[in-house]
Write a protein that binds this ligand. Sequence first.
Ligand SMILES: [Zn+2]
Ligand SMILES: [Zn+2]
Length: 241
Amino acid sequence: MPKITEEVFYIPGQDEFMPDAHAYVLGKPSSQNLSLIDAGVIGKGNYKIQSLHKEGIELSSIKRIIMTHTHLDHIGCLSEIQREIPSAELWVHQLEADLLEKGEEKAVYGMDMFRTLCQLQFRLKPGAFKFQVHRRLQGGETLDLGDTVWEVIHIPGHSMGSIGLYHRPMKILIPGDVVYADYAIGRFNLYGANAFELKKSLMRLAELEVDILLPGHNPIVKDLPKGYILKTARQWEPYLK
Ligand SMILES: [Zn+2]
Ligand SMILES: [Zn+2]
């Protein structure tokens, strides 16, 4: 598991027949107060747990799991991870937290066809993604995550409760599926998505100084060119109305 900085570890997604989101571990290991950002797709819980073991991270030091959003490729193996780390809290933006607590899975599957396919493929029952949320995020919070401070930014558009996590001193951005490397952005045709909101979110992120981009999929970028997010937003602008 590559180390990005002293307080950020990276567990690359292990894509097979379905994409598996990257996970990140935030916090100084010495703090014993670590946060796991996103889980991954169904069946990848063991891989993520093994990755933590390999890095010498004690599972008991993972105090919470923070979701950038609740699509299946990010939340699919959450229950597998919770089985190994039952004490970890779950933090989610309030707009998706409400759905999760009701076991309302529209935001997990994104579209009916995909839900049917996944339920057949993985033999999932309706309500398989019902979770208790310990903290509802709104955006605007400053979180002390194990001797490292991260700002929560609500960036809807790819999903309604998407959040970004920003580490201002190190200029690190974890944008979930809102913006990727290679001038790509998250899709905006799933349940709860909104093209215009996505544009506004990209413009909001474009105001931040970002050197390190740690998205939910595809390559991570360690020397992000100046103005990258603005350029990406501009390229996509004709489609984001
Ligand atoms: Zn997504
Ligand atoms: Zn994703």
